[in-house]
Design a protein around this ligand. Structure first.
Ligand code: COA
Ligand code: ZN
Length: 307
């Protein structure tokens, strides 16, 4: 075993980013069972649902119930929910949520398609949300930080501008999201360096869709420039219904495997996690894109993220 085991923090966003892209309604009990499986594998940070309009995403109609139960059952879990607006923040707060990810796109066209607001309107909304709920920790999810399905290239300055406005509004942290999986490792390092330089107070998390198979390469590239927090998804579920070309996230199990085999500590037991992936495969009508489920149990044991 390597002497140096650096801790990398994984936030599983499958119950939010994954489920939102599944058309058939997943029963609340099934959602909770998958969350339980992820928890039992050792994940302690999870985005469990989103408080969005059920007209926009019918899958999230049970957000309050999921949030309440998860908060009740797992007192040691860091429970995060996505909120797009003040109404969502109110509903999340009422359900007991104390950490919210507020999504705003770096590209105007995707923000309009996703949230039906201009970026300026969203920034105003973010500031209002933080003023209204001072007890709510709010992180900014920068959607389309590396490319937009409508506008194509997204200039780094646009991402830095949005983070700057969110910082003024009082956000606690930032996640850069590659919503459609177009980022490449060099681009990731370039943007991360600039964000870290301009906003050193944010721990910074990254979120890579794996549409072009570059998720793990991008995670590795970001580790090399000092990022320690990654949003990944059980089974590789994921996608934005309002972003054509957005496909699965980088799978949590593949990330645990890569990091474990490199000597990083994720605190996640890969074999247990694969049980959650198997359950997800059997109960959710969506293709899973993670690779590790097909790998034999014996080889899993050698690369488990847990010492
Ligand atoms: N939760 C529940 N209902 C909400 C809501 C929320 N957070 N925000 C608005 N609504 C309701 C309103 O009450 C209204 O209901 P009504 O038609 O019964 O009166 C309806 O939704 C429309 O409200 P409006 O403020 O005009 O919103 P909109 O139509 O401009 O939609 C969003 C804006 C943000 C609510 C909607 O685009 C949304 O929920 N998007 C989700 C995007 C998402 O989750 N993307 C994937 C994650 S990146
Ligand atoms: Zn996503």
């Amino acid at each position: 075993m390597p002497e140096f085991r650096k801790k990398i923090n994984l936030i599983d966003v499958g119950p939010r980013d994954g489920f939102q892209n599944v058309r058939t309604f997943i029963e609340t009990q099934t959602k909770l069972a998958i969350i339980d499986g992820i928890y039992k594998a050792g994940i302690r940070d999870m985005e469990v649902t989103s408080f969005v309009s059920p007209k926009a995403i019918p899958q999230m109609a049970d957000a309050a119930e999921v949030a309440r139960k998860v908060i009740d059952i797992y007192p040691d879990m860091r429970v995060i929910a996505l909120v797009p607006n003040l109404r969502g923040a109110q509903n999340a707060w009422d359900a007991g949520i104390r950490e919210a990810a507020c999504v705003i796109s770096a590209s105007e066209a995707h923000n309009k398609a996703n949230i039906n607001r201009t970026i300026q309107e969203s920034i105003k909304g973010l500031a209002e949300m933080i003023r209204t709920f001072p007890g709510l920790k709010v992180r900014l999810d920068v959607a389309t930080a590396f490319g937009c399905p409508f506008a194509g290239k997204v200039p780094e300055e646009d991402v830095l501008y949005l983070i700057g406005e969110a910082a003024k509004a009082g956000v606690d942290d930032v996640t850069l999201c590659d919503t459609i999986g177009v980022a490449n490792p060099k681009q990731v390092q370039s943007l991360v360096k600039k964000v870290k330089e301009e906003f050193p107070r944010f721990p910074l998390a990254l979120h890579f869709h794996n549409t072009r198979g570059m998720g793990l390469a991008n995670i590795f590239a970001a580790i090399e420039v000092g990022v320690e927090h990654y949003e990944t998804s059980v089974g590789g579920l994921g996608g934005c219904p309002f972003a054509p070309g957005s496909e699965g996230n980088t799978a949590t199990e593949d990330t645990v495997n890569m990091l474990g085999s490199m000597g990083y500590e994720t605190g996640v037991n890969l074999e247990k996690l694969l049980e959650a992936v198997q359950y997800t495969k059997e109960h959710v009508e969506a293709p899973l894109t993670g690779k590790m489920l097909g790998v034999t149990a014996s080889s899993c044991a050698n690369v488990s993220g847990k010492a």
